[in-house]
Ligand binder design. Structure first.
Ligand SMILES: Cc1cc2nc3c(=O)[nH]c(=O)nc-3n(C[C@H](O)[C@H](O)[C@H](O)COP(=O)(O)OP(=O)(O)OC[C@H]3O[C@@H](n4cnc5c(N)ncnc54)[C@H](O)[C@@H]3O)c2cc1C
Length: 362
């Protein structure tokens, strides 16, 4: 096992990315060090609630200034465009160049199109959720919306849309059975909610193209006026471009202190990192692991811990519209337990967790 030297002097820590991982690292590191946080948005992105934006619900995005209050953190509203890892410099699209003692790379992930023709042109990803909501609001009459992806994000999105727009037909198109990774009880509950809300599931259908008329699959076309894309995420390319050691899909490889294995003065957290934890395995992309990674790293940099990163999964929490939810208990390695909480209790638990996430940023 490698060891982590604690910085005894105050350092300049540059954090790029203000998602769950970057923001929680910045607020905690800012208790000891001078921190510069680089991210383009003024309000916290809060991606786990973007399915609500698709359905036209109000956004829950605290101002970054509010989250950063009373910490030694300066927010630069900009994009990092290039990294000079030997010279310890970060180049911003504003023209500014930042020098650092320690860099925290937390650029998260974005929607992956998997090279499907027409998808980027005709489908709405979470990053453009508000545009789909506006199109549904402006439509002269109710139509059909197809949601591509039957994983957690696709389930949350489809149920939210169906509940908010009962006159629209919502169709989920998925290569795998919807919620295939859930326990039998979890899958059964999702199916019941789909029936109640009139959501159609087109399972075992791999989407091969998206057109203005809907989606094409390996088993024929499925009509839709609008298509929402909830298929998968991919990391951004800056890590690989800068020369950090990365996996074939572009996530930075880190050690047990979440330090780049190629550049020890760079820490990588959240969806941008490939993190392995003993007894758990490789962590999946998710707020569930990004937030603890950021919090841990901030504490490590501030000298509040010297231990390696420890983590285990406990539950998966899925909202099923505003009144229903599913809390699926899992083993430490994220495999399913039999126990689920459903209905209003599941929904209440999910709402509580969403509040705890915001508190956890500090
Ligand atoms: C609709 C939806 C629902 C979800 N639900 C869940 C859920 O229930 N549970 C769960 O665990 N996960 C869920 N996820 C996944 C979760 O949102 C991500 O895994 C999580 O956001 C990753 O956090 P992160 O901090 O690594 O990065 P992100 O949250 O992706 O944040 C990345 C940050 O980097 C910034 N950035 C990007 N490029 C640059 C640049 N060049 N320069 C500077 N800053 C940059 C961004 O603006 C942002 O501030 C959901 C995702 C979606 C879209």
């Amino acid at each position: 096992m490698t060891t982590q030297q604690q910085p005894t002097q105050q350092q300049h820590v540059v954090v790029i990315g203000a998602g769950y991982a970057g923001l929680s690292a910045a607020t905690r590191a800012g208790k000891k060090h001078r921190v510069t946080l680089v991210a383009p948005e003024a309000r916290f992105l809060n991606r786990v609630r973007q399915h609500e934006t698709f359905a036209g619900h109000p956004e829950h995005r605290p101002a970054l200034a509010e989250v950063l209050a009373d910490r030694q953190v300066t927010h630069k509203q900009a994009l990092a465009t290039e990294l000079d890892l030997n010279g310890r410099k970060v180049f911003l699209d504003s023209g500014e160049v930042l020098s650092y003692d320690t860099l925290v790379y937390a650029l998260g992930s974005r929607t992956a199109w998997h090279g499907v023709p027409g998808a980027a042109e005709h489908a709405y990803p979470a990053e453009r959720a508000a545009e789909l909501a506006a199109r549904m609001r402006a439509a002269a009459k109710p139509g059909t919306v197809a949601v591509v992806g039957g994983g957690l994000t696709g389930i949350e999105l489809a149920t939210e849309l169906a509940e908010a727009h009962p006159a629209w037909k919502v169709r989920v198109v998925s290569a795998t059975p919807v919620g295939h990774h859930l326990s039998a009880k979890g899958r059964a509950h999702v199916r019941r909610v789909f029936e109640r809300l009139g959501v159609e599931a087109h399972e075992g259908r791999a989407v091969t193209a998206v057109t203005a008329a809907g989606v094409r699959t390996d088993e024929g076309a499925i009509d839709a006026d609008l298509v929402a894309w909830a298929a998968a995420f991919e990391p951004r390319e800056l890590a690989a471009e800068a020369g950090l050691a990365v996996t074939p899909d572009g996530r930075a490889v880190v050690d047990e202190y979440l330090r780049s294995v190629s550049h020890p003065d760079v820490h990588v957290v959240g969806d941008a990192a490939q993190v392995r934890v003993e007894g758990v395995g490789e962590l999946r992309m998710g707020c569930v692991s990004a937030l603890p990674q950021g919090g841990y790293l901030g504490d490590l940099l501030a000298g509040r811990t010297a231990k390696p990163f420890a983590f285990k999964y406990q539950l998966q929490c899925i909202s099923l519209g505003r009144r229903d939810g599913l809390v699926q208990l899992v083993h430490p390695d994220d495999s399913m337990r039999d126990t689920v909480l459903t209905g209003a209790l599941g929904r209440w638990t999910k709402s509580l967790i969403l509040k705890v996430i915001i508190k956890g940023l500090r």
